[in-house]
Ligand binder design. Sequence first.
Ligand SMILES: NC(=O)c1ccc[n+]([C@@H]2O[C@H](COP(=O)([O-])OP(=O)(O)OC[C@H]3O[C@@H](n4cnc5c(N)ncnc54)[C@H](OP(=O)(O)O)[C@@H]3O)[C@@H](O)[C@H]2O)c1
Length: 129
Amino acid sequence: MAHTSRPTVLVAGAGGRIGQIACKLLKQSSEHFNVRGLVRTEESKEKIGGTDDVFVGDIRDAESILPAIHNIDSLIILTRAVPEIKPGFDPIKGGRPEFYFEDGAYPEQVDWAEAWVCMQFDRFRHQRR
Ligand SMILES: NC(=O)c1ccc[n+]([C@@H]2O[C@H](COP(=O)([O-])OP(=O)(O)OC[C@H]3O[C@@H](n4cnc5c(N)ncnc54)[C@H](OP(=O)(O)O)[C@@H]3O)[C@@H](O)[C@H]2O)c1
């Protein structure tokens, strides 16, 4: 249950390496913060415990993240474009894997989405003043 007197911090990318650490550390200070996480998929949500304070949304999809950013006080963005290994790589055979980004998930596209999330956060914050 969220305590409204405490600022609510949203960690976007809560299922990632750094995002998980950030959430853990913030929750250790739960007397100071309400912590929310934003992950991209239900699988990521399950991976980090599946609790109600974890929202599922894609930062490139405005509608999907509105519930997560509603009434937050601070935003920590720890998303990043995640490259996939091209099919056919066999670590047993050695060599180096090749990587690719899915369409719409190139680093510059995810960076742009991060900037957009920041703008939405600012807009909501000003509306609340
Ligand atoms: N790892 C390090 O050692 C390190 C050190 C210094 C700084 N950093 C910085 O910290 C940040 C995070 O790095 P990381 O290593 O923690 O990355 P990571 O483990 O690859 O995590 C990135 C997260 O971003 C999420 N994500 C990607 N696209 C998304 C989208 N469109 N909508 C919502 N979520 C999306 C992914 O969600 P899914 O899991 O659902 O795919 C993933 O959990 C980066 O800016 C990086 O430069 C990292």
